[in-house]
Design a protein around this ligand. Structure first.
Ligand code: GTP
Ligand code: SPV
Ligand code: MN
Length: 594
């Protein structure tokens, strides 16, 4: 079936980029073998040991290209104010011109792959179609894992279906000639000069969050940086929740949680629906329903081991692509916080010889794997994958959880008083910067709904849209805030995290059913002393009190940060956000006992 607009666009982009060949991908197994063989021959990919890592590949990106580059990421809306103060903006004309100059002739000697893909199960009412053009085999092979790609999508698109036009090229991979541009008014994405995940796999953050969030606002739904999981109890009842944490703050781990020994008797089972992105719509029953638009996981490797995340380790047994990890001469891979001993001899993420304990000139320990090294793997291989993960209708959501990485202040968990307060709680979430983005690691920055780098329009309008959604959902989920990352004075985590986080989810879901007890505080409802099940858990002395402490004086300081952040939006910020701000200020100034 011919789609005239699609053919014309591909021809136009090929004329701009000048590839030697244009190849349409069909998604078949034969095609996968062909692409892999080509990438192995060129050295772009390395085949791993077939016994230890069957079907797995290794790739190293350029040293200057190992994380998303937010300072080179732009929203090219027609009007600057529509991008808002938290996004970089460029006019569409300037964007097309500047990126066009970099793209021009950049694919000479290369093949341009045409990848039709669906975000969401093909044919689901939630789903959106994109077509990505790329000169990277690594990107093409990753897109085949992360999305539903190939001929079925073209069939679905028909002769005149809508699709997001996604142009990607490596060019010379220089940061001087790198731009990640979004054109929400044109339903288009142009990304040039990077081969790294979130910059280059355009179905992920670019389409499913930045472009989709703008679409979602127009169409009355939500595109969010959230995992989706189901908790099944001993009686076989499954309840679902979504959670928004910033990059590298625990979404993949929570989505694949294994119940801790102490809760074993209760017979819980956690089902993974998605680990990074959720698209949410109001269902016919008046509840909020969610699908995971992705088909694979692009997860953080360091820290993944058979104790912290056994499901991820099992998922990674085969057919994975590992990026920027340590590579042994024996063609096995390893990362800091991974299982077993690192292979020797081995080369690090920069391609240099590496051994444990190796230090740089300043005496700093050098890691073998980059802190943002990643794996790509089909979601269907995950032992905890939900039987409903590809349900075209999605799953019904009982609770929405916001969170971040905060050493201090934010307690382990609290419940918002209502939807509007929940929106305020999400909008004021903050987190310490991680290695998933270029910049100073550890610095606290506000990251509303974990969407700061991913909202494709003015965040003031985004808050208004969230408030509006609350009015449009007859049976809205309850909203919560969690923080697994509180530390004691000596810098140790107060909460064990990982599997033990189920204890918090248990309280959250019980609250949604009106079952667990809570204590009213100025910031929200916290677990009443005996309402968290801590059986089998040994916390340090005073740890629980500290984890559940709410200190009005600390919150008064935090409120100043909220105010500074919101002031950036000027008149565009919904009045309800200021109302919530004032109400919170009043509650903490009264100084209710902590
Ligand atoms: P993105 O893929 O970047 O969006 O990240 P993510 O939110 O999926 O984060 P992920 O689950 O990959 O975890 C990132 C890091 O946080 C890893 O090093 C984990 O080991 C660590 N981590 C995850 N959950 C917990 C937890 O409950 N407690 C502690 N202390 N660390 C955690
Ligand atoms: C994140 O940074 O939130 C990720 C990885 O999930 S990336 O695809 O690079 O955005
Ligand atoms: Mn993410």
């Amino acid at each position: 079936m011919k789609h005239a607009k699609l053919s014309a666009w591909v021809a136009e982009m090929a004329a701009l980029c000048g590839p030697d060949r244009v190849e349409w991908l069909d998604g078949s197994e034969a095609e996968k073998a062909r692409l892999e063989a080509r990438a192995l021959a060129s050295g772009e990919l390395v085949r791993l040991d077939s016994r230890r890592h069957p079907g797995c590949l290794f790739h190293r990106t350029a040293e200057n290209d190992v994380a998303r580059t937010e300072h080179l990421t732009y929203i090219c809306s027609r009007r600057k104010e529509d991008a808002g103060p938290t996004n970089n903006w460029m006019s569409p004309e300037e964007g097309y011109r500047r990126a066009g100059e970099i793209f021009r002739g950049s694919m000479r000697g290369r093949t341009m792959y045409v990848i039709p893909f669906s975000m969401g199960p093909v044919g689901s009412p939630f789903s959106k179609i994109g077509v990505q053009l790329t000169d990277s085999l690594y990107v093409a092979l990753n897109m085949r894992i992360m999305t539903r790609a190939g001929a079925v999508v073209l069939d679905r698109l028909g002769p005149d279906g809508e699709f997001t036009r996604c142009l990607h090229g490596k060019a010379d991979l220089s940061t001087e000639r790198r731009l990640i541009l979004h054109f929400p008014d044109d339903n288009a994405i142009w990304s040039v000069g990077s081969g790294y995940g979130g910059n280059a796999l355009l179905g992920k953050k670019c389409l499913s969050l930045r472009i989709a969030s703008a679409l979602a606002r127009r169409e009355g739904w939500l595109a969010e940086h959230m995992l989706i999981l189901g908790v099944e109890d001993a009686r076989g009842r499954t309840e679902y929740l979504t959670a928004a944490f910033p990059s590298a703050c625990g979404k993949t781990n929570l989505a694949m949680l294994i119940p801790p020994a102490g809760l074993k008797a209760k017979g819980y089972k956690v089902w993974t629906v998605g680990d990074d992105i959720a698209w949410l719509r109001v269902g016919p029953d008046g509840r909020l329903w969610a699908v995971n638009p992705e088909a694979g996981f692009f997860g953080v490797a360091p820290g993944t081991n058979s104790k912290s995340n056994p499901n991820a380790v099992a998922t990674l047994r085969a057919n994975a692509i590992f990026t920027n990890v340590l590579l042994g001469e024996d063609k096995t891979v390893w990362w800091e916080g991974g299982d077993g001993e690192p292979p020797q001899p081995a080369v690090d993420w920069r391609g240099r010889p590496w051994r444990p304990g190796l230090k740089d000139e300043q005496g700093k320990l050098l890691p073998g794997a980059h802190p943002n090294s990643r794996f790509t793997v089909p979601a269907g291989q995950c032992p905890s994958i939900s039987p409903r993960w590809e349900d075209p209708q999605g799953v019904p959501i009982s609770a929405i959880v916001f969170g971040g990485r905060r050493e201090r202040l934010a307690p382990l968990v609290y419940e918002a008083f209502d939807w509007a307060h929940g929106v305020y709680t999400g909008a004021t979430a903050a987190s310490e910067r991680t290695a998933a983005q270029v910049g100073k690691v550890g610095e606290v920055r506000r990251d509303p709904m974990a969407m700061l780098p991913f909202c494709g329009y003015n965040m003031a309008d985004y808050f208004a849209h969230w408030l509006e959604m609350g009015r449009r959902i007859p049976k809205p989920p309850k909203i919560f805030h969690v923080n697994w990352f509180r530390k004691d004075a000596r810098g140790r985590f107060l909460w064990p995290g990982y599997g033990d986080n189920l204890r918090v989810l248990e309280w959250i879901l019980a609250r949604c059913r009106g079952e667990a007890a809570a204590r009213q505080t100025p910031i929200g409802r916290l677990p009443a002393p005996e309402s968290l099940d801590l059986s089998g858990l040994e916390l340090g002395p005073g740890a629980l009190e500290e984890l559940l402490a709410v200190r009005p004086e600390e919150w008064r300081e935090e409120l100043a940060g909220h105010k500074d952040f919101f002031a950036r939006f000027g008149d565009r910020l919904p009045k309800e956000i200021w109302d919530q701000h004032e109400a919170l200020a009043k509650r903490v100034s009264v100084g209710a006992p902590s």
